[in-house]
Design a protein around this ligand. Structure first.
Ligand code: AMP
Ligand code: ZN
Length: 487
């Protein structure tokens, strides 16, 4: 039995079988870099990271491509408001994206293509579509002719009438059909532009992903992932462009991540109800945030709350304590790496019970993750194993070091696939110190806030500067003041 993936295209759970045995090509729609990412964006990025880690754990070689949308309306508008160029804004936020995701323990993709570095490829794809009569030019803009692709709507399964009503397109009377969408936008005054056969302009969002995915992964890719909001129109349009141009299936498995919600609503920039990932990371460790974000299966919505993060925090304390208690047995048992057999040891009753549990952990963890990457179940399996180990460690009957070392090895392996165990002693120390200092620093921040309200800038600055002297940096944001250690 192998990995099964729920394919949004067929709306079924399917056996996963990549085009080339043992190799997986995967594309994930990345951020539009007009601001820092929030923890909703982080959920989608993290699910991509976990799918990749798990497929690697299952022995596949994965090539992951995740784009950066570095030119778009939101970037242009924000840059104009801030008085910087679009490219400056996109560079700064692109850099911040890498910093933030790295802090969350997300491994970089193999390629992070930027839209602005693929304009020639986009122009070529648009030319192909024009040559196939699937696109038309109006006053320097190029539109995709939806009517030319008979399978349009196959991903979202929207009927033509719903498509007319639901398309996120501005009504433009010049279009042949309201469903048609732009692949090239004629330049407006003051906006960045590139030269093209149709005059100066910039690419549309959908053509960016079609071009970059095919350039780096070929005409047919194995897995295409993104948040559920992208299913329509973005992914529907990517399919229409790519499949009409190549005559081949564009992506074989479509994976859509459900929303992170807050107070029952989607967390989003436009809703003004978001928490930046970097702010969350100033308060909670990467492992705690990861644990929280994967505590539900990726196709189910997840509600953000402080209590949920606190629950993840205490769960991880239990996990870390357990792994730490097992570590000494592992270090004292070097042969564990050579001899992987858990069954070949002469054992006591407790030993055999724990050995059985180790096998169960391996089997149940793999079953859960094979079943459409069910992280919620996988975590449940890990934690029932932790309870069992703790019982064994407390038991007056001796369990052999060999068995405990095995328990450590298997537990660590599974946790590493999910990235929920803190390896680094220094990180753990910092985390513990931060937790114990938090009430004190919060008190100082409250006093500083009172001082600021009374325009007592001397006191306010003094608190900030004195904290800085002891390596605590505070940051004032729209949502309030946060703090972190700096070295
Ligand atoms: P954006 O920068 O808005 O293009 O979003 C980047 C990625 O984050 C896309 O794959 C979105 O679908 C995803 N995303 C945005 N908001 C959320 C949310 N609240 N929960 C989960 N994923 C989200
Ligand atoms: Zn995309």
């Amino acid at each position: 039995m192998g990995v099964k993936i729920y394919n949004s295209l067929s709306r079924q759970l399917e056996e996963f079988s990549p085009q080339i045995e043992g190799q997986v090509s995967m594309y994930s729609c990345g951020p539009t870099v007009y601001d820092y990412i929030h923890i909703g964006n982080a959920r989608t990025a993290l699910v991509t990271d976990i799918i990749r880690r798990y497929l690697e754990y299952r022995g596949y070689a994965v090539k992951l491509v995740q784009n950066l949308t570095d030119i778009d309306d939101k970037i242009i508008t924000r840059a104009q408001t801030l008085g910087v160029s679009s490219s400056q804004l996109a560079d700064t936020n692109g850099q911040a994206y890498f910093e933030d995701t790295q802090r969350l323990g997300i491994q970089p993709a193999d390629v992070h293509p930027k839209a602005t570095e693929h304009i020639p490829e986009m122009i070529d794809l648009i030319k192909t579509l024009i040559a196939k009569n699937a696109a038309y030019v109006i006053e320097g803009s190029v539109y995709y002719r939806v009517n030319s692709f008979k399978e349009y709507g196959k991903l979202s399964r929207r009927k033509p009438e719903d498509l007319l009503a639901g398309a996120r397109v501005e009504v433009d009377p010049r279009k042949e059909d309201p469903r048609d969408f732009d692949m090239w936008k004629a330049a407006k005054p003051g906006e960045p532009f590139w030269d093209s056969p149709w005059g100066p302009g910039r690419p549309g969002w959908h053509i960016e992903c079609s071009s970059m995915a095919m350039k780096h992964l070929g005409e047919t890719i194995d897995i295409h992932a993104g948040g559920e909001d992208l299913l329509f129109p973005h992914h529907e349009n990517e399919i229409a462009q790519s499949e009409l141009a190549t005559g081949k299936p564009f992506a074989r498995y479509w994976v859509h991540v459900a929303f992170l919600k807050i107070d029952g609503k989607r967390m989003g920039k436009s809703e003004q109800n978001f928490i930046f990932l970097r702010e969350a990371l100033d308060k909670y460790s990467a492992e705690i945030i990861r644990h929280f974000l994967i505590s539900a299966h990726y196709r189910h919505p997840l509600d953000y709350s402080l209590e949920s993060l606190q629950k993840s925090e205490s769960a991880l304390k239990r996990l870390n304590n357990c792994v730490d208690s097992l570590q000494k047995y592992y270090e004292a048992t070097p042969e564990i790496e050579e001899n992987n057999s858990t069954a070949s040891v002469d054992t006591s009753h407790e030993d055999s019970e724990l050995l059985e549990m180790i096998k169960t952990l391996q089997i149940q963890f793999t079953d859960a993750m094979d079943n459409d990457f069910n992280t919620a179940k996988a975590i449940g399996t890990i934690f029932s194993f932790v309870s069992h180990v703790n019982k064994s460690l407390r038991s007056s009957n001796e369990v052999s070091s060999y068995t405990l070392a095995n328990a450590y090895k298997v537990l660590l392996e599974t946790c590493q696939v999910l990235g929920i165990y803190t390896m680094d002693e220094q990180d753990k120390d910092t985390e513990n110190t931060a937790a114990s200092l938090d009430p004190l620093v919060e008190l100082l921040l409250e006093i500083r806030q009172d001082a600021r309200e009374q325009k007592d800038w001397d006191t306010s600055d003094k608190i900030r500067d004195r904290l800085k002297e002891i390596d605590i940096e505070i940051q004032d944001t729209r949502e309030g003041t946060s703090w972190k250690f700096v070295s």
